[in-house]
Design a protein around this ligand. Structure first.
Ligand code: HEC
Ligand code: HEC
Length: 191
């Protein structure tokens, strides 16, 4: 069953949406992104496994997370320092830059095997269904694992994700993280 599904779905490409943010200045964001590129790439494709892909994420989500790191409601030894130096305007510009890239995903498994508790918001293909929720496609399994455990133990808080993560065992978290990590992600940089 699994093998047949792979054969049928192999090479299936699904186009993701490109997002732009009217509020931020993409050109200013492109320049600021030089501060981020060692870890997230200039196109938002992560360069290190502990950092997430941020290219093509909804502008709203990027802005919310940068604001949360700056305000201390989300904490991380690297990102808290980076975000503390950013103004509201710079955050909007960075969100406009990174959200504007085009994302494509390649499903390697049968979409009906997708984690059913997650697809309503993160899609079977790992692309966000609405603008507050991030893409999960192609994130390193270690990143997804870490975030779900952070929601579960209260280190990261969110009214929707906290209760969802609290229902998951370590094994379920690992299986879901592997499922989303296995989706191929390509980010096409839009200048
Ligand atoms: C030294 C590496 C490093 C640099 C430089 C860096 N980041 Fe990050 N970033 C990370 C890591 C690691 C995480 C994951 C944090 C966590 O585990 O909570 C992250 C998380 C994020 C997130 C949250 C994404 C999500 O899916 O939740 C955003 C948005 C982000 N970074 C934007 C930026 C921007 C914009 C810059 C430049 C101004 C930047 N980062 C610079 C390492 C870095
Ligand atoms: C009702 C919608 C909804 C459902 C269902 C849902 N999520 Fe989420 N998820 C969100 C939202 C909204 C966020 C952004 C949280 C924030 O702003 O911190 C999020 C964030 C995340 C993140 C953090 C990603 C990042 O880039 O930092 C992970 C990982 C995640 N969800 C995994 C899951 C998994 C796994 C499931 C299923 C077990 C699931 N979610 C179900 C809405 C949802």
């Amino acid at each position: 069953m699994r093998l047949a599904a792979i054969t049928i779905l192999g090479g299936l490409m699904l186009a993701g949406g490109a997002h732009s943010d009217e509020l931020g200045d993409r050109d200013a964001g492109r320049k600021l992104a030089s501060q981020c590129s060692t870890c997230h790439g200039r196109d938002g494709y992560a360069q290190i496994p502990i950092a997430p892909h941020i290219g093509g994420e909804p502008a709203e989500y990027i802005r919310n997370q940068l604001t949360a790191f700056r305000d201390g409601t989300r904490e991380h030894e690297m990102m808290s320092i980076v975000a503390r130096m950013l103004s509201d305007e710079q955050i909007a510009d960075l969100a406009a830059w990174y959200s504007g890239h085009k994302v494509q995903v390649e499903l390697k498994q049968d979409p009906s095997d997708a984690p059913e508790q997650c697809v309503a918001c993160h899609g079977a293909d790992g692309l966000h269904v609405y603008k507050d929720a991030p893409n999960l496609a192609g994130e390193a399994n270690i990143y997804i694992d870490t975030q779900l455990k952070a929601f579960r133990n209260g280190k990261r808080e969110h009214e929707i994700m906290t209760p969802i993560a609290q229902t998951l065992s370590d094994e379920e978290i690992r299986a879901i993280a592997d499922w989303y990590a296995d989706i191929g992600l390509t980010i096409e940089m839009v200048e």
